[in-house]
Design a protein around this ligand. Structure first.
Ligand SMILES: *[C@@H]1O[C@H](CO)[C@@H](O)[C@H](O)[C@H]1NC(C)=O
Ligand SMILES: *[C@@H]1O[C@H](CO)[C@@H](O)[C@H](O)[C@H]1NC(C)=O
Length: 159
């Protein structure tokens, strides 16, 4: 590759950082429950979150945006003190028109812990995150909404 082209690509990659994107979102957990479930013939606790998500991520779409991967995480420390960040919902956004998100989401991926239980876990906090894949340059990551930490609710029986 000619050094001129290299310099140009470097300039393009750098310039996408100059856009002051201001993604805004609101994440409201409408229901979060913990229940027993059988997973791979083993009984364990699962966490199920139902939430409303609205977000305006259109500012992340510019000429160097190839696609956006948006996801909702549940973050907590389990009884071992291990920090967990679990993806409970995700979506790929390819067009600016689809970057206005307004969805009511039933549980998609249940939350599970390698301790099989959420007993003695820290409170859990949910967040809307994104990673932006550009045509040229490095992936960038960000967060557009987060909830206040809330304790895991008591178990409500079997699923
Ligand atoms: C979530 O959205 C639904 C449908 O728009 C609405 O009925 C419900 O009140 C919302 N829940 C919360 C917690 O905002
Ligand atoms: C989880 O543990 C980390 C240290 O590993 C600590 O910095 C963080 O505050 C803890 N988070 C919660 C929600 O307790």
């Amino acid at each position: 590759m000619s050094s001129c082209l290299m310099a140009m690509l470097a300039a393009i990659a750098l310039s996408s950082f100059l856009f002051t994107a201001d993604p805004k979102g609101q994440l409201v957990i409408s229901n979060f429950k913990v229940a027993d479930a059988k997973v791979n013939s083993r009984s364990q606790e699962v966490g199920l979150a139902r939430f409303n998500l609205t977000a305006d991520l259109t500012s992340l779409f510019h000429w160097n945006t190839k696609q956006l991967f948006i996801y909702v995480t549940a973050e907590y420390n389990n009884s071992d003190g291990t920090h967990n960040e679990v993806v409970i919902w995700d979506r790929i956004v390819l067009r600016k028109e689809d970057a206005l998100v307004d969805v009511v989401v039933p549980p998609k991926y249940p939350l599970r812990d390698m301790r099989y239980s959420f007993k003695k876990s820290s409170p859990v906090r949910f967040a809307l995150k994104y990673n932006l894949m550009p045509y040229v340059g490095a992936l960038t990551y960000g967060e557009a909404a987060r909830t206040e930490p809330e304790p895991f609710p008591p178990k409500v029986g079997k699923l």
